[in-house]
Design a protein around this ligand. Structure first.
Ligand SMILES: NC(=O)c1ccc[n+]([C@@H]2O[C@H](COP(=O)([O-])OP(=O)(O)OC[C@H]3O[C@@H](n4cnc5c(N)ncnc54)[C@H](OP(=O)(O)O)[C@@H]3O)[C@@H](O)[C@H]2O)c1
Length: 278
């Protein structure tokens, strides 16, 4: 499994698993935990969740999936912006730890910017880190300007990742955010890398490249999303067939010719774009 370096040099898998829409009421948490466990067995040992997903249900589902193998994993969770105050962050973290049935979260992210002062959130993250409740903290849905502001704050430069939407159909971050994060050695975590299983998978360009690699368009979308050495990608799959496909995508290396085919249909940005979130 290829790895990406966190700012302190620690290596984490470049290909992980998402959990949005898992652990929801009326869903099949047992089957979902089975899918995550299959992904773990296939090497996708970085797993992304959030207190928001399934209203805590995704974290509970994940607790079952990681039982007995937790120490070999890198678990990412997120705090709601409305909980991101000095006292709200540790309380939310405790609730997540309880649902996950673990004693630490490897990477704890602010899900998106809210009304609590960012300096307070950072202070709370640092206090959790000092207590060993979290190993790293980071942010999500921050654009380049947000990141520039963040690193000016006391301890703001300790941010270990920024999780944003990134797939071949939405490349705005390549103009400013991705270069800025790379320069500051802060990894990007690409969410929705297969475009939430929607229209992106019908892309003629992805289909053409998939044919060359005897792969599926989803596998090409994943390989594309993790082609940059500073990007971690976290596709979500409940279907075991998708899980197997996604794990195998980590071994696909796209050629310059493949990338040119994709660029022709899905061009890189020519200017600054506002951060995409859906
Ligand atoms: N920070 C944020 O604000 C934020 C926002 C969105 C997402 N995220 C995180 O990023 C993760 C991934 O993003 P996402 O869930 O939005 O979208 P995604 O991973 O791009 O797409 C998930 C959808 O694609 C389908 N799929 C997965 N692999 C496939 C394959 N090989 N072939 C065909 N279809 C496939 C899945 O189907 P099945 O489930 O049926 O297999 C599911 O419907 C989330 O789960 C979450 O952890 C974070």
């Amino acid at each position: 499994m290829r790895t990406v370096r966190l700012p302190d040099g620690t290596e984490v898998p470049a290909l992980g698993q998402g959990t949005w829409h898992m652990g929801e009421r009326g869903g099949s948490a047992k089957a979902e935990a089975g899918a995550i466990r299959l992904g773990i067995d296939l090497g996708m040992t970085l797993i992304d969740t959030a207190e928001m997903y399934g209203n805590g249900g995704a974290e509970e589902m994940l607790a079952d999936a990681i039982h007995g193998v937790r120490d070999s994993l890198f678990i990412v969770s997120k705090v709601y912006p409305q909980n991101a105050s000095r006292s709200g962050v540790p309380a939310a973290c405790e609730r997540s730890l309880k649902r996950l049935r673990t004693d630490r979260i490897d990477l704890y992210l602010l899900h998106w910017r809210g009304s609590h002062p960012l300096a307070e959130t950072v202070e709370a993250f640092e206090a959790l880190r000092a207590k060993g409740k979290i190993r790293y903290w980071g942010v999500s849905n921050f654009d380049a300007r947000d990141m520039q502001g963040l690193v000016q704050l006391p301890d703001g430069a300790h941010c270990a990742a920024n999780q944003v939407l990134y797939h071949a159909g939405s490349r705005g971050i390549e103009f400013d955010l991705l270069p800025w994060c790379t320069q500051h050695r802060i990894p990007i975590m690409a969410y929705s890398p297969v475009g939430q299983g929607g229209r992106l998978l019908q892309s003629r360009a992805l289909e053409a490249v998939a044919k060359r690699h005897k792969a599926t368009p989803a596998q090409i979308a994943i390989a594309w999303s993790m082609r940059d050495p500073n990007v971690i990608t976290i596709p979500k799959a409940s279907d075991p067939k998708h899980v197997r496909e996604n794990a195998a995508a980590g071994a696909i290396t796209l050629t310059a010719e493949d990338l040119a085919v994709i660029d022709a249909t899905h061009p890189p940005p020519r200017g600054r774009q506002s951060l995409d979130i859906s």
